[in-house]
Design a protein around this ligand. Structure first.
Ligand code: HEM
Length: 136
């Protein structure tokens, strides 16, 4: 990712964090709408889970310019997802829900541009590819 893309991702993420509850609602509603069978994998309450997801993305976003460090983080994240019965096939719906959550949140501020979408897709590809390799 370029320095410009990393900057775009970091600056925009701050706005998601300001709206994290609403963003989380959009995310899980979209995810379970796309793939209802995924719902049963989530055992804890979604508010807590959403806080964990948001913190995890925050950490990832801060480490985008330190790829070694990021890879280690993602390695442990993937290992934990083995225990949650997560399969590689679920990453498509998860990514769709994630991008929908971003698009819906930013459209409110008239801030959703093709450059942002492309930068965020790169972030998701980076993380999901690394996680899928560990889960496969
Ligand atoms: C960008 C990719 C992802 C990130 C950053 C992420 C992040 C997280 C985090 C931070 C947790 C909290 C527990 C922990 O840290 O181990 C978690 C739990 C979980 N994640 Fe993910 N996740 C990702 C992808 C997925 C995918 C594709 C699925 C598929 C359905 C999934 C399903 C779950 C489940 C079922 C739990 C356990 C929830 C519970 O305890 O009830 N995650 N995830």
């Amino acid at each position: 990712m370029t320095t410009q893309e990393i900057k775009l991702v970091r600056n925009s993420w701050a706005n998601v964090l300001l709206n994290r509850e609403e963003a989380g609602n959009i995310f899980y509603k979209t995810l379970f709408g796309l793939s209802p069978e995924i719902r049963d994998l989530f055992k804890s309450d979604l508010k807590t889970q959403n806080q964990k997801l948001m913190s995890s993305i925050t950490l990832i976003v801060t480490k985008l310019n330190k790829l070694d460090n990021l890879q280690q983080e993602v390695h442990f994240l993937a290992k934990r997802h083995l225990n949650y019965q997560v399969k590689p096939a679920y990453f498509y719906a998860f990514g769709e829900a994630f991008i929908t959550m971003l698009a819906t949140t930013f459209k409110k501020f008239n801030e959703w541009t093709p450059a942002m979408e492309s930068a965020w897709m790169k972030v998701y590809q980076l993380i999901s590819q690394a996680m899928i390799e560990e889960l496969d």
